[in-house]
Design a protein around this ligand. Structure first.
Ligand SMILES: NC(=O)c1ccc[n+]([C@@H]2O[C@H](COP(=O)([O-])OP(=O)(O)OC[C@H]3O[C@@H](n4cnc5c(N)ncnc54)[C@H](OP(=O)(O)O)[C@@H]3O)[C@@H](O)[C@H]2O)c1
Ligand SMILES: [Zn+2]
Ligand SMILES: [Zn+2]
Length: 372
């Protein structure tokens, strides 16, 4: 062990190959980055299971080949147990969270503008990345684990008034939809908002958009979530089923903003665009495993003056704003808690589409609570 390492033994659920997503992760010890004076160390209490964790473990995006073992998880909340000399905003004993990004250059124009998620030099993912600013070349490891170590800049204090177990999935899933909802004026300039895909991200999007004052339409591929979507705050639910065109009949040009959080491989973008009013925005956050978008006919953009864009996670400020918004508006995330030791069961169930709507892994020995 090098001198700047602690006695803590870093262990987590490692994906050794593509079968991990079916419940084949192995509990493994690993070497974290070298501790730097702008780092913190967390005793992990909670870690949400994000759809991206599954795509990574399964190599569904083709980005994981040669990158196993992977300890995924980027919706982390835990107790601060070690603080570098240069860290100003956290102290030992605080409860803090980290999302999908754990480092960037901190110097480029985007980093300086508080958009570290669009760093010109690229971001370091909380797992599956490589550090370059400090401990250059070390691999980043995520939160299905006992400890997390990394740059404090990317950690935020969990405010009083937000249950830390519910704050965990807000670190990625919540912030990822909160950011474009805010950017495109949900509830203000965008009164009518559609959310495609009612999964972890989608359920946050419905909760947040409704709390922002928008009329929310949930767009789901089956009837299974009709009732839940209404309870989350949707005014109406459109079920696309096998015939999206038929499902959208009568709803053309009725929405100002659509957030697509589904990761279905065959999404009918032309049909989604038909729902937008002129000047409307369709923002993609879900990433299908096949990766590319279907052809969109130019007339469907030209004749309606609609916009297609994407949005990546959120900035540090975005995470803080999301947590504050959740606290101020008493947003209750629908989470199911699993003991960390049952991570394989949770991942398998999520992979089978059973989550309603976010699973959160709990380390009870670090103060995480299995019951709300
Ligand atoms: N842009 C970013 O920065 C960012 C950040 C986090 C996650 N993501 C991505 O966002 C996507 C959603 O993540 P999540 O955590 O919300 O996942 P999730 O909980 O599994 O939700 C995905 C939803 O997609 C819909 N879906 C429709 N057809 C599907 C199909 N054939 N297979 C699977 N799902 C289908 C389902 O909703 P219905 O049943 O309502 O149709 C499902 O609940 C993932 O691709 C993830 O990687 C992106
Ligand atoms: Zn995520
Ligand atoms: Zn940068």
């Amino acid at each position: 062990m090098s001198s700047n390492q602690t006695e803590r033994k870093f262990e987590g659920w490692a994906a050794m190959d593509e079968n991990a997503v079916k419940g084949g992760m192995k509990w493994t010890e690993y070497e974290p980055k070298e501790f730097a004076e702008d780092d913190v160390e967390l005793e992990i209490q909670y870690c949400g299971i994000c759809g991206s964790d599954l795509h990574t473990m399964s190599n569904g995006w083709g980005t994981t080949k040669g990158m196993y073992p992977q300890v995924v998880g980027h919706e982390i909340v835990g107790k601060v147990v070690r603080v570098g000399k240069d860290v100003k905003h956290l102290k030992e004993g605080d409860v803090a969270g980290v999302g999908a990004q754990c480092d960037s250059c901190l110097e480029c124009v985007n980093c300086k503008n508080g958009e570290e998620n669009y760093c010109s030099k690229g971001l370091t993912g909380t797992y599956g990345g490589k550090f370059s600013r400090t401990s250059a070349g070390s691999k980043s490891y995520g939160g299905y684990a006992n400890y997390w170590r990394g740059p404090a800049h990317f950690t935020v204090l969990i405010p009083e008034g937000v249950d830390p177990a519910e704050a965990a999935p807000m670190m990625c899933g919540g912030t990822t939809v909160f950011t474009p909802l805010k950017q495109y004026g949900a509830g203000t300039t965008a009164k009518d908002v559609g959310i495609v895909g009612i999964g972890g991200l989608g359920h946050f999007a419905v909760l947040f958009a409704a709390a922002m004052g928008a009329n929310v339409t949930a767009i789901s591929h089956s009837h299974k979530k009709d009732e839940d979507a209404k309870k989350l705050g949707a005014k109406q639910v459109i079920v696309t089923g096998d015939d999206t065109k038929a499902a959208f009949k009568g709803h053309e040009r009725s929405l100002d903003l659509i957030i697509v959080s589904s990761n279905a491989p065959d999404m009918p973008f032309d049909a989604y665009l038909s729902l937008l009013r002129p000047h409307g925005h369709l923002v993609i956050v879900g990433v299908a495993e096949e990766g590319s978008l279907p052809n969109v006919h130019p007339f469907n953009l030209i004749m309606s003056n609609v916009h297609i864009s994407g949005s990546a996670i959120g900035s540090v400020k975005g995470m803080e704003e999301c947590l504050k918004f959740a606290g101020d508006n008493n947003i209750k995330a629908w989470v199911k808690r699993y003991p960390m030791k049952e991570a394989n069961e949770a991942v398998k169930s999520m992979n089978e589409g059973e989550a309603r709507y976010r699973y959160v892994l709990v380390n009870e020995e670090h103060g995480g609570k299995l019951n709300a």
